[in-house]
Design a protein around this ligand. Structure first.
Ligand code: ATP
Ligand code: MG
Length: 449
């Protein structure tokens, strides 16, 4: 057998054959094998290859490749080639103090985190036949849909705290049940995540959001106590009573909203983060069953939370704006000007996302998705868009230079204020958006502001 009994991209197979024909051992391992055995398209398009070839040799075999010193791997096209290795002592709960290369695939598999990630298919050095190497019973665990640590779970989590987070992420993403002993060790060691760099946690969080449903990952974190150590802002929602779905607390509501957002926008991390975070301001504003100002508090919490976890500033800004504006309430009596003011306040670029967030929030509250006039407001926004009314300073029929020239004044703070006021006036009445009328208004305001 020299073709694997699962589907592998041709360039990955080619890389494997390259190693074999140079007389090296070469195996497919890791998430690619795991996902392919489950019949899933691998989440990570990069396949892991394990070999006895040392990195220098791998670089010779894959001349286009680059050596990632930090990971000890050679990255070549769609594959990551890693030399068989043994890890030594994890003094800092994050990474081995020292790694040594070995020529044993079994040793290499023994240092991996979970049995389902420690399954290899390939060929020994100088070997003729390719086949499975599965010393930890990873395929049987995959059949039983079980995530189980390789070896003693407490020791393994103690070595590297990232494995705690990976366990929750992989179990949720792939749809596995965590073995009771492994889960007990996760609870035992939950506090160890304080050793981790927050950006690494952020990367795992991003991937948890892609689980179907994403709440599965957060329920695991909750059960094991990891939620409190990793994301105290989220854990603060546990047990906060609100009067929506009977028997459900604020945390249940946030997760239901998250799942609804994921169903509406499976590929949009912004939508999911906004859903997850939209009510994080409620615990600190709760008073007499009300949560006055929770959207502002939530925006602040979302800002700190996402920045800490290393999310990009543009993504952070979008999520924060969605959280800040999520409490709108529409009534059919709104005039067209009110619809335009809503678009302007929220931002034309964000208004669709905000309506979708409300749909998710509705579902998470046990209400119909379109409740609260979502459908009607969406139609009215579409109608406004169609008419292309002025909605931003760039749409004004005059610019700052024209206003300065007409009034004969130097630039200053007055100019921005005047332009904003002009914009307000044309949002109320788009007919006013002509240079003559705008300049006349500006002159009047300059005389009696
Ligand atoms: P994904 O599909 O998300 O890429 P993956 O399991 O392939 O999941 P990678 O980070 O690509 O995750 O790691 C590749 C393999 O390396 C894993 O399958 C596992 O065998 C091993 N590995 C990764 N991180 C660890 C770790 N912290 N401890 C032990 N082994 C690890
Ligand atoms: Mg991978």
């Amino acid at each position: 057998m020299s073709r694997p009994p699962f589907s592998v991209p041709p360039e990955v197979m080619q890389a494997l054959e390259e190693l074999w024909s140079a007389g090296h051992a070469g195996y497919l391992v890791g998430g690619g094998v795991r996902d392919a055995l489950l019949g899933r398209t691998p989440h990570d398009p990069v396949w892991d290859l394990a070999t006895d070839a040392i990195p220098e040799r791998a670089l010779e075999l894959f001349p286009g490749g680059t050596y990632e010193n930090r990971f000890g791997t050679v990255l070549a096209g769609g594959v990551e080639v890693t030399t068989f290795r043994r890890d030594h002592a994890y003094g800092d709960h994050r990474r081995p103090d020292r790694v040594t290369f070995t020529d044993s695939i079994e040793e290499d598999l023994a240092r991996r985190d979970f049995t389902v990630n420690a399954v290899a298919w390939g060929r020994a050095a100088g070997g003729q036949e390719a086949g499975w190497v599965d010393p930890t019973g990873g395929r049987a665990d995959l059949d039983a849909r079980l995530l189980r640590a390789v070896g003693d779970p407490e020791l393994r989590f103690g070595e590297d705290a990232l494995r705690l987070v990976r366990a929750a992420r992989i179990a949720a993403q792939v749809g596995l049940t965590i073995h009771p002993d492994t889960e007990a060790a996760m609870s035992e060691r939950a506090g160890d995540v304080s050793y981790l760099a927050t950006e690494r946690i952020g990367r795992e969080l991003r991937r948890m959001l892609d689980a179907e449903p994403p709440s599965a990952a957060f329920r695991i974190l909750e059960r094991t106590g990891l939620l409190r150590s990793l994301f105290p802002e989220l854990a603060a929602q546990l047990g906060v009573v609100q009067d929506k779905i009977p028997g459900q607390d604020l945390w249940d509501h946030s997760l239901a909203t998250l799942d609804a957002a994921a169903a509406l926008a499976p590929a949009d991390p912004i939508a999911k983060l906004a859903a997850l975070l939209h009510d994080t301001g409620k615990p600190e504003t709760a008073a007499d069953g009300h949560f006055l100002g929770h959207e502002e508090a939530g925006a602040r919490i979302a800002q700190t939370f996402l920045s800490r976890l290393g999310f990009g500033s543009q993504d952070v800004r979008r999520v924060v704006r969605l959280v800040r504006h999520h409490m709108w309430s529409y009534v059919p009596a709104w005039g067209d000007a009110a619809v335009r003011r809503f678009m302007r306040r929220v931002g034309v670029d964000l208004v669709d996302d905000l309506l979708r967030l409300r749909e998710a929030d509705n579902v998470g509250s046990g209400w119909p998705a379109e409740g609260g006039g979502v459908a009607e407001l969406r139609a009215r926004i579409a109608e406004q868009r169609h008419r292309r009314p002025p909605l931003s300073l760039a749409d004004l029929a005059v610019d700052g230079n024209a206003v300065m020239a007409s009034l004969g004044r130097e630039p200053g703070p007055w100019l921005g204020r005047t332009l904003e006021r002009l914009l307000d006036s044309v949002i109320s009445d788009p007919e006013r958006n002509t240079p003559e009328r705008l300049l006349a208004d500006a002159r009047t305001w300059a005389e009696k502001p």
